[in-house]
Design a protein. Structure first.
Lengths: 307, 486
């Protein structure tokens, strides 16, 4: 298994291109290029290899190279009635994993960090490294995939991932309600795909078999006037990271328009979230982690997942 | 044991300092206590335990860590000691930190759907407290009546119901950790994307090698309104395994898919009488949960797939009592084997689900060749095999045959594209096999992760990574003052 990393031509080529010296960054689709600080000007830009390596719908896993677009990934999954936790918002698979942002329907699809079963990346020393494994349950050694997900490429340059896939629900239906506590709607249904709130309107994504969805609509109608909606509302551009309890008070915490993900905590707002001070103990570990994984500071210089 | 509660301070400097930091009756150094903590529930020889501490607060754990550093001793956290990979075995006479007295559910926060718990809270106790509120803690390891949540975090524990809900990692949002240098760190947060590196994710499953969890925010899972539990019988283990593969392939995600072979079923029936058919070569316990229509559709699909794979009987639990009996059988499986032989070695590997039937056939072939008896009971839906080798260790040469068969089972799983462990961890059991799954560079990076938390390798040294890839461990183990605790 582990020898695959050293014999896979695409990975070897990528490792050679990355090399072991000089500041370097991977460019994906550039959809989240602004995150985590400004990349140092002298960083050499490379592209990760692309392509779906292996897809076993019956195993519910897919092996995909980091440079593959999320559009290509989702098109391949859709052919087999499947989907996965990675957002379908443009950009590349590697970018989506490095950023680690979850989908709008996170309640239904799960989180990116739970979907990454195995990761192959190029280290600061220019070596191909594998963490995790290509099975759905695994506690073999330390959890490198968790560390890489959301790390903005500061610990290694992601080359390939194995992702957990999920069956696409048989039916998905967006609904809208006005002047109702969105938490009541969230609590009234068993497993909504998403519950959103803009201070006045609430949106609920119901998923499942038709009769179950109809029964859940009944439960929502008992609480509020509910009408069908064509989809979720437009999202303001700034992403706030709050607890679910805080997100349900987003009207008091943000200025201007917002959309809050109820039961999740993410809020999209028109202004940036005030900078939060990271926990000093966690920061100390993170600083040591960066020094150990990238002693010369060559990977994505200028960026940090903590900013 | 009253002589332990000495009025005068002990003369050993470490003991004296520990007694000063904790109440003296919460530091034990007697032979009985140290013997109790010298091993876990695995077949592996115990280690040598140093003083055993029972802290009651984060501050006391910090004090223990600082004293360990000052006295150049390592530290091993310990929950209920139900681990099966030797993760809690003390190597090099470390200070053993029992979480037994940190067992409070600190806060149940329904608005955030989490609970803050201390590490010594027992898994099942938490779910019992949550059930009336409409929630439960989803991971349900077989040892859930006694195992602790701190232990669940350390091992990233699974259980039958992790098929649909995910293992412990998916149910832990934040962890307050005391690092080996005594500093406190809050890893993760109640936010969905807390920002920064996912140090929480790195800590879960780290087997006590990164520090000690002192407070854990766990996710509350709503109790499903509808549950259906099915029992399918098969004339061959292959048919049962194929049914599992086909159910997953059909896009059905049951809450649990558990397979038991005939020997296991017979042992369970003799033990608790769960109502399993003893004439079947294998049974599949399948549970689906959710909303009424969905579960009925899933039941019909599983029924259809089972029959297409030659199921000889398919039945649906007609009442809560019948359902409880079916689960009682599954969950007492390990108790049931005691009637067959005094000792057992429970293995734990994961293979791709499509390879389940092939690897199981190899398992039977391997144990036959080594003249060892095997019973199989496993989380089939995850591809998580649990061959249970039963034996009498008093018979000469038996343990050697058991280990030889175990090694071959591991290799067969790796050859099928699987991994070394699905939920028991590596501990001391499988560290020698790590290099068969991972390349040197892979292991080197795992060691870097470990060192970021614990630069001196003072937390549970000698575990998980093979010695050659964790050189600082050797140093930590060497520092033991030989003769003092021997």
């Amino acid at each position: 298994m582990s020898t695959l990393a050293s014999t896979d031509a695409a990975l070897v080529g990528f490792a050679t291109e990355v090399g072991s010296e000089g500041p370097i960054a991977v460019q994906g689709g550039g959809t989240r290029w602004h995150l985590g600080g400004v990349l140092a000007e002298n960083a050499r830009l490379v592209e990760a290899p692309a392509g779906i390596v292996d897809y076993q719908p019956a195993e519910m896993i897919i092996t995909v190279r980091a440079g593959t677009t999320t559009a290509e990934l989702h098109a391949a999954l859709a052919e087999h009635g499947q989907t996965c936790a990675l957002p379908e918002r443009g950009g590349t698979v590697g970018g989506a994993v490095a950023v680690g942002e979850n989908r709008l329907d996170r309640l239904g699809r799960g989180s990116v960090r739970d979907a990454v079963l195995q990761v192959r990346y190029i280290s600061a020393e220019g070596e191909a490294v594998t963490g995790g494994g290509p099975v759905v349950k695994n506690v073999t050694g330390f959890n490198i995939p968790k560390l890489m997900t959301g790390s903005l490429g500061t610990l290694g340059l992601i080359a390939e991932v194995v992702l957990r896939t999920n069956p696409t629900p048989p039916l998905q239906r967006w609904l809208r309600g006005e002047h109702v506590d969105p938490r009541d709607l969230h609590d009234a249904v068993l497993r909504p795909g998403a519950v959103l709130w803009d201070g006045v309107n609430s949106w609920v994504l119901l998923e499942g078999h038709e009769a179950d969805v109809d029964a859940e609509i009944g439960r929502l109608e008992a609480r509020a006037k509910i009408t069908p909606a064509s989809g979720p509302p437009e999202l303001p551009s700034y992403r706030w990271r709050l607890s679910p309890a805080d997100a349900s008070q987003a009207d008091r915490l943000t200025d201007g328009d917002f959309v809050a993900s109820i039961g999740v905590g993410t809020v999209w707002a028109t202004t940036a979230q005030p900078i939060r001070k990271p926990d000093p103990g966690a920061m100390q570990i993170a600083t040591r982690m960066k020094q150990l994984f990238d002693p010369s500071g060559r990977l994505n210089p200028g960026r940090s997942s903590w900013t | 044991m009253s002589w332990l509660r000495r009025r005068s301070r002990p003369t050993d400097p470490l003991l004296a300092d520990l007694c000063g930091a904790l109440a003296p009756d919460r530091v034990r150094a007697d032979g009985a206590e140290r013997s109790l903590t010298s091993h876990d529930a695995s077949v592996f020889d115990g280690g040598v335990s140093g003083p055993v501490c029972f802290p009651t607060s984060t501050e006391e754990v910090q004090a223990i860590m600082r004293l360990a550093e000052r006295h150049e001793r390592s530290v091993v956290p310990r929950g209920a000691g139900t681990g099966l990979a030797g993760g809690a075995i003390p190597l090099g006479a470390p200070i053993v930190v029992s979480t037994g007295k940190m067992n409070r559910v600190v806060q149940v926060d329904l608005e955030n759907r989490i609970a803050w718990v201390e590490p010594g809270v027992i898994n099942l106790d938490l779910s019992k407290e949550l059930r009336p509120k409409g929630f439960h803690f989803a991971p349900d390891p077989s040892s859930q009546q006694v195992c602790t949540l701190g232990g669940n975090v350390a091992n990233n524990s699974g259980g039958p119901h992790c098929l649909a809900y995910g293992v412990t990692d998916a149910h832990v949002l934040a962890i307050e950790v005391v690092l080996p240098d005594g500093q406190v760190a809050m890893l993760g947060g109640l936010e969905d994307e807390p920002g920064g590196l996912d140090l929480r994710g790195a800590f879960v499953g780290s087997e006590g090698t990164l520090g000690i969890a002192t407070k854990i925010a766990v996710r509350l899972t709503p109790n499903p309104p509808a549950v259906r539990t099915m029992l399918l019988s098969f004339a061959s283990v292959r048919d049962a395994a194929q049914t599992v593969s086909d159910v997953i392939a059909a896009g059905v995600v049951p809450a649990a898919l558990e397979v038991m072979d005939q020997r296991m079923v017979t042992a369970i029936e003799n033990y608790v009488g769960a109502g399993y058919p003893t004439d079947a070569a294998a049974v599949l316990l399948a549970e689906v949960e959710g909303l009424d229509t969905g579960v009925d559709i899933d039941v019909a699909r599983i029924d259809e797939i089972g029959r297409a794979n030659n199921a000889t009987n398919v039945s649906l639990a007609g009442s809560e009592e019948e359902r409880a009996a079916l689960w009682k059988g599954r969950k007492t499986a390990f108790g049931a084997v005691a009637q067959i032989a005094p000792d057992y070695y429970l293995h734990d590997t994961v293979v791709p689900r499509a390879k389940l039937a092939d690897v199981l056939e190899q398992v039977y072939e391997i144990v036959d060749r080594h003249e060892v008896l095997v019973l199989n009971v496993f989380h089939a839906g995850d591809g998580n095999l649990h061959p249970l080798l039963v034996f009498d260790a008093r018979e000469e040469g038996t343990l050697e045959r058991v280990h030889a068969a175990g090694a071959e089972i591991l290799r067969a799983s790796l050859d099928a594209g699987g991994v070394l462990s699905g939920e028991h961890g590596i501990g001391v059991e499988k560290q020698h096999y790590m290099a068969e799954l991972f390349a040197d560079a892979d292991l080197d990076h795992q060691n870097r992760l470990r060192q970021a938390f614990d630069p001196a390798c003072r937390a549970n040294p000698g575990k998980v990574l093979p010695m050659g890839h964790s050189c600082a461990d050797i140093q930590a183990l060497r520092e033991v003052p030989t003769g003092v605790w021997g």
